[in-house]
Design a protein around this ligand. Structure first.
Ligand SMILES: *Cc1c(COP(=O)(O)O)cnc(C)c1O
Length: 428
């Protein structure tokens, strides 16, 4: 594959993003050349990356993946990135552990095999490193020098770190009242971090304005004008889960929903593996998980609606607190088409689920992981998730970033440094 040097965003035809062939509209199928655009000029539908995989032979591809690096770049032939991506300075995220969660399974009554895909192990401790790594390659290809985003917290840290590593400037925008762990994680890499007085949805609107303004010129917003590329990173969750299961599809998978992008791309990744012949073609169900305090998609699902009505978020699961989720309607389609569901849990159930996962499996999840584990439990109780089937639950972030959620957890006892004092505490 030829490697081109691209000087500016105007020479889009020379862009080398590997197997990515064009952008195509999810609604009307209209195709445009690869570029920093995200909405269809014909119908305003979202653009997504279209590939040419026609030259791949299943066995050769499988071997090439298996011989690849222990990161998302083992799947470079299926991503919008240049072939030599692993040699460039980036954070090499992914290939996180798939934990066989037998003790959690026993607690929840799952007999068909329960797994936790633990993305807290990524370089900035959330799944966001997967998506930012794609956006970074697109930013390099289009000649952007500043990396930016609107973030509910985790994305800000992932962008700051990726930009630092790549030697780009970063300037990211967050709601001003996020958890301290996320603010520090975002600031420490030395980029600019701007708190906005408002919700995530206000931050996002602000960024859309900035893109159209001279002040934002030369800026790559990973989740706005680079969104088609960014979103593809979530496919790697599906690829890794199947490869780690021995190139098998799970029967059921529980995915958290913020904008809904991750869930739609997990589905896209599974379908690609089937089409490429890397896994057997059999049905799977995708379940979406939200917090009750920000549940626009689960509310629509349960009401049987196709339209997602925006909400004003109020939940401890701040990384999922998007009241007007861009991919909400597509999530509804996927949950219904695959026979899955979308469910939500209260903040109290989120905290209980964080503690349950920690005490059964030694995995400390952020609130988003409490949402998926809590929703899994609820779906089993409701009879919507089949406990006799292989089930994968995503944990997308690290509990150290949301310590406030488990603030009541602490010392069992405080004693003097004597054996007598220890015996008195009744712990012997
Ligand atoms: C961003 C994020 C998600 C999912 O986001 P989508 O916008 O739905 O793709 C899930 N978990 C965590 C911890 C996140 O930060």
């Amino acid at each position: 594959m030829a490697v081109h040097t691209v000087a500016s965003s105007t020479s889009a035809s020379a862009v080398d993003l590997g197997p990515a062939a064009a952008l195509s509209c999810r609604e009307c199928g209209h195709r445009v050349p690869l570029g920093p655009v995200f909405a269809c000029e014909e119908c305003f539908g979202p653009l997504e990356v279209a590939y040419d995989f026609s030259a791949y032979d299943t066995e050769t591809l499988r071997k090439r993946i298996e011989a690849g690096p222990a990161s998302i770049w083992r799947y470079a032939p299926l991503l919008p990135v240049p072939e030599d991506v692993a040699d460039k300075p980036n954070l090499n995220p992914g290939w996180t552990r798939l934990v066989k969660a037998d003790r959690l399974a026993a607690e929840l009554g799952v007999t068909g095999g329960l797994y936790v895909k633990d993305d807290s192990g990524n370089p900035t401790h959330s799944f966001k490193d997967r998506v930012v790594a794609q956006a970074l390659e697109a930013a390099r290809a289009f000649g952007f020098t500043t990396l930016s985003c609107s973030s509910t917290g985790n994305l800000a840290g992932a962008v700051g770190a990726a930009a630092a590593r790549a030697g780009l400037r970063s300037c990211v925008f967050i709601p001003h009242d996020l958890e301290q762990g996320k603010v520090v994680m975002a600031a420490v890499y030395g980029g600019d971090l701007v708190g906005i007085e408002g919700t995530y949805d206000d931050v996002n609107r602000f960024c859309s304005e900035l893109i159209g303004d001279p002040a934002g010129e030369g800026w790559g917003f990973v989740n706005v004008n680079l969104r088609p590329y960014y979103a593809e990173g979530s496919k790697t969750l599906a690829y890794e889960i199947c490869e780690q299961l021995g190139w098998r599809l799970p029967d059921q998978i529980v995915v958290p929903i913020a904008s809904g992008s991750q869930l739609t791309k997990v589905d896209k990744g599974l379908r690609e593996l089937i089409e490429l012949g890397l896994v057997e073609d059999k049905p799977y169900k995708i379940f979406g998980a939200q917090a009750e305090g920000c549940s626009p998609v689960s509310t629509a699902f349960k009401a049987g609606h196709d339209v997602v009505r925006p909400q004003k978020p109020d939940t401890i699961a701040k990384s999922l607190a998007i009241g007007n989720p861009a991919d909400g309607p597509y999530v509804l389609d996927i949950a219904r088409r695959t026979g899955g569901a979308v469910e939500d849990v209260t903040d109290e159930q989120i905290v209980d689920a964080i503690k349950l996962l920690a005490r059964t499996e030694g995995v400390f999840a952020e609130t988003a992981g409490g949402v998926t584990v809590g929703v899994t439990r609820k779906l089993i109780e409701n009879g919507q998730l089949d406990p006799s089937k292989t089930t994968v639950v995503l944990n997308t972030g690290d509990g150290l970033k949301t310590l406030d959620a488990v603030a009541g957890t602490g010392l069992t006892a405080t004693i003097r440094p004597t054996l007598d004092s220890f015996r008195e505490a009744g712990l012997a």
